[in-house]
Design a protein around this ligand. Structure first.
Ligand code: NAD
Length: 334
């Protein structure tokens, strides 16, 4: 029995590590996300039944994939983590219960609700208002230096507005491709006999992780910012809640997702989820769920982190929309 479990654990870890490599390093997944998520859920369940068999190199303990050295490395002074997932309302309720149990007191909790953009996480560093560095998330501790590439993103300012931004400000967000940009790119690629992309997420990741930034510049990439990372030399106090901090980013000229909402309680999160799920196909970009974050920064700090994700946030995923059709060749030139 124990041998069968150990064997299954090893099988799942090898399989998921391979999928991670294809997805994060090659930008070329071979299975649909729903299939990956199913295997990951199975691994998590087995590990929680047999905690003595958890190994530090298990995909449940790691973020993303190894950075590709050809880009040059960036150490994240504040780690870039992943998010825990909820796949239905019961799992979202369980997330809220875990928070309440941990805080051990009655209090009202507001949440910042954001669409879960299906793209690629990046870190951007502004020094004295100038964009000086861009990096991928990589394995969460070390990312790839993609400064020249992020500078080509059309809606990303190279210089912040106003004068009250911090002297060093690291912001994080998702680089993505609009549906329209994706369709046009694929038409152009097909016309010139180039490789076409499977979905906007792959197109965005493959376009951003190019060694030649002229190729990136020719791709219709967009970004929305969703958090601050390292902050030094504040010239005005940072807001004490996440939503307020997003408004500060906006005041400095950084683009935010217009769908983000502050809600008073978990019933508000339910309404946000249902509303966005209903409008999913009419948004100009692909999303694969919503991200719910405890809004109060002091509570976030009190709740802290586990190995690969914060305890104060959850990605509440939408039901799988479609199984991936056989992958077409995805462009990758690293
Ligand atoms: P995740 O996608 O579940 O959640 C974390 C990421 O969400 C962040 O890094 C960020 O990029 C993104 N995000 C989007 N909007 C956000 C917002 N408003 N606020 C904060 N973050 C936001 O975790 P992950 O570790 O990046 O990826 C895991 C998922 O990727 C899997 O669940 C699976 O769907 C997919 N995946 C698929 C394969 C495959 O082979 N098909 C392989 C690996 C991963």
């Amino acid at each position: 029995m124990q041998t069968a479990i150990t064997e299954r654990l090893a099988q799942l870890r090898t399989q998921l590590n391979d999928y991670n490599y294809q997805y994060y390093v090659l930008d070329d997944p071979s299975v649909p996300d729903a299939e990956y998520d199913r295997l990951m859920q199975e691994l998590k369940a087995l590990e929680s039944q047999h905690p003595d068999l958890i190994s530090p190199d298990s995909p449940t303990q790691k973020v993303g994939g190894e950075p590709v050295s050809a880009f040059g490395e960036v150490e994240h002074e504040v780690p870039m983590l992943s998010l825990d997932n909820a796949f239905d309302q019961d799992e979202f309720r369980a997330f809220e219960k875990r928070i309440r149990d941990r805080l051990k007191r009655e209090l009202s909790i507001s949440y910042c609700c954001e669409p879960k953009l299906d793209g690629l996480a990046v870190s951007l560093l502004y020094e004295n208002g100038k964009l000086v560095r861009g990096a991928t998330r990589g394995d969460g501790r070390t990312g790839e230096n993609i400064t020249a590439n992020v500078k080509t993103i059309a809606n990303l300012p190279l210089t912040l507005r106003g004068e009250d931004f911090p002297a060093r400000l690291e912001v994080r967000g998702e680089v993505f491709m609009t549906r329209q940009g994706f369709e046009q790119l694929n038409q152009t690629q097909a016309k010139k006999g180039g490789k076409v992309f499977v979905n906007p997420r792959n197109a965005a990741a493959g376009s951003l992780r190019q060694l030649d930034s002229r190729i990136t510049a020719s791709r219709p990439l967009r970004i929305y910012l969703y958090s601050m990372g390292l902050v030094e030399g504040e010239r005005q106090p940072l807001a004490d809640n996440h939503h307020g901090r997003l408004q500060q980013l906006k005041s400095w000229g950084l683009p935010l997702c217009p769908e983000t909402r502050l809600v008073e309680d978990s019933a508000g999160c339910d309404r946000f989820y249902t509303d966005i799920l209903g409008r999913r196909d009419s948004l100009g970009y692909e999303i694969d769920g919503v991200v719910i974050k405890v809004d109060n920064m002091a509570l976030q700090q009190e709740l802290g982190f586990v190995a690969r994700a914060p305890r104060w946030a959850i990605a509440w995923k939408f039901p799988a929309q479609e199984e991936m059709t056989r992958l077409l060749d995805v462009e990758f030139q690293v």
